[in-house]
Design a protein around this ligand. Structure first.
Ligand SMILES: [Zn+2]
Length: 135
């Protein structure tokens, strides 16, 4: 299976393993924590790190992205950023995160993550904004 890898993610390839068939393959660091299809057994899986990307650049994993949106104090800074960029509204109902667009439709969080991580500009802005928490 050929996954399209955007230019800014090319250097951030992590080596991962399929928890079902133990096959190893490379995937962009930012896809960690997202469901994807194993190139070998074709199961829908969440791959596990074997080796992190040597230079993950400005990428953030999906785990980290979810943390930024849900955990304080991160979310107090990140939610307004998402609102300013996309006009999305973020709510927390029973500890679950619901993001909706201007039309009130719910937004797929994996797609939003993918959209940010495949845009060099948004990716870098988010990285710097998040970076102050992680450094
Ligand atoms: Zn597999």
């Amino acid at each position: 299976m050929n996954v399209h890898v955007p230019d800014n993610a090319r250097r951030d390839l992590a080596l991962v393993g399929c928890p079902d068939c133990a096959c190893r393959f490379e995937t962009p660091n930012y896809r960690l924590g997202m469901q994807q299809r194993c190139p070998e057994c074709e199961a829908a899986i969440k791959p596990k790190y074997v080796r992190r990307a040597p230079d993950a650049g400005y990428s953030l994993s999906y785990h980290t992205f979810l943390q930024l949106l849900t955990v304080r104090p991160y979310r107090d800074e990140i939610v307004p950023l998402i609102a300013a960029w996309f006009g999305y509204r973020t709510e927390y109902r029973d500890r679950s995160l619901i993001v909706s667009n201007a039309a009130g439709r719910s937004v797929d969080l994996e797609q939003m993550h993918e959209m940010i991580q495949t845009s060099p500009r948004w990716q870098e802005l988010l990285y710097w904004k998040a970076g102050k928490f992680f450094r």
